[in-house]
Design a binder for this molecule. Structure first.
Ligand code: SF4
Length: 330
């Protein structure tokens, strides 16, 4: 590990100003960053410790939603009675991620910002446009089993690893930030992540020093059906090959609203509203769900080892929709 300066921020405002330096990184739980530093994938010259800031509360909002402080540990968030009751998909996604020890340390803000688990990203002897822009991408022709089939570019096919962010995408979360100049931003999660394009090293719209302070969830109407289905190589402590976060309401035997987000498939927590539009107003049926899967995967592209994700995603989406809507037909 390379030498670095360490500073504990006394307030969010101080953190943003210190964190704006080109070589600075925020650290909270450190469950991803410390691994990356040990491997010299990330080599910040200055660590700004934000873990003692007062950003670890979960509070009801005036509109009936929930505000989650950026430093709320994943385990506390998953166990919160309001989350379990009103945002079951989020609680389930959190509990499907990592291990108990990691969830105790990992924070809400950090989870949103965790880096891909692409093997070549972590191996500094490999070519990786995300780690070293312009160096190439050894994953394209390499072992890319865990990587993305949607939203890729010819520069990068890295998948986003978070379960929590997938649930938050389905829930239409808003990310609240503080910038070094004192401005606050409210960023819809829909606008938060960047596709890799020609600049895979840029993963979010956050500016230098901009600190996530909270994530807000909108109120949920009564009667929503929620599900998080995760397919992985082993029963726990494994990243998603494919996951589905679903939030659905039914009325008069038809699908009234549908929000579906996907993990393991995309270069960002994936959501495709064309799929949802296809479902809304329809009587649930397996043929309809097959059409939804066709829509979702129309532009999917495998790179060899990850080709299997496309039919796996199809089956996982159909099974998830059948469960969400109690559909029994064949
Ligand atoms: Fe790097 Fe992305 Fe290629 Fe993986 S897929 S080696 S992260 S450029």
């Amino acid at each position: 590990m390379k030498l670095f300066d360490y500073e504990r921020a006394s307030s969010p405002e101080v953190a943003t100003r210190t964190g704006a330096a080109a070589d600075a990184s925020f650290i909270a739980g450190g469950t991803n960053l410390l691994d990356l530093m040990k491997l010299q994938v990330m080599t910040p010259g200055r660590l700004v410790d934000i873990s003692r800031l007062d950003l670890a509360r979960i509070e009801d909002t005036d509109d009936g939603g929930l505000s989650i402080g950026a430093l709320v540990p994943n385990s506390d968030l998953a166990a919160d009675p309001r989350v379990r009751d009103r945002y079951e998909v989020l609680s389930r996604a959190l509990l499907a991620g990592a291990s108990g020890q990691l969830r105790n340390k990992a924070t809400t803000g950090g989870n949103l910002l965790q880096r891909t688990r692409c093997y070549y990203f972590y191996d500094t002897s490999s070519a990786c446009n995300k780690r070293a822009p312009g160096s190439g991408c050894d994953a394209m022709e390499g072992y890319n089993r865990i990587l993305a089939v949607l939203g890729t570019s010819d520069k990068c096919i890295a998948s986003h690893p978070s379960d929590m962010a997938v649930a938050m995408r389905a829930l239409d979360a808003t990310i609240v930030t503080l910038k070094p100049d004192g401005d606050r931003r409210r960023i819809a999660i829909h606008d938060f992540y960047c596709l890799p394009g020609d600049t895979p090293e840029i993963e979010t719209v956050l500016e230098p020093g901009e600190l996530i302070t909270a994530v807000e969830l909108p109120p949920m109407p009564d009667g929503t059906r929620q599900l998080y289905r995760k397919v992985r190589d082993r029963a726990s402590y494994a990243f998603a090959l494919v996951s589905v976060a679903g939030v659905v309401t039914m009325a008069d035997g038809k699908i009234a609203t549908a929000a579906l987000a996907f993990g393991g498939l995309g270069t960002m927590p994936w959501r495709d509203t064309r799929v949802e539009h296809l479902l809304v107003g329809q009587v649930p049926a397996t043929a309809l769900f097959e059409a939804a899967a066709d829509e979702l995967l129309a532009d999917a592209r495998g790179h060899g080892s990850n080709d299997f994700k496309i039919p796996l995603a199809r089956r996982t989406l159909i099974a998830s929709l059948r469960e969400l809507t109690d559909t029994q037909d064949r």
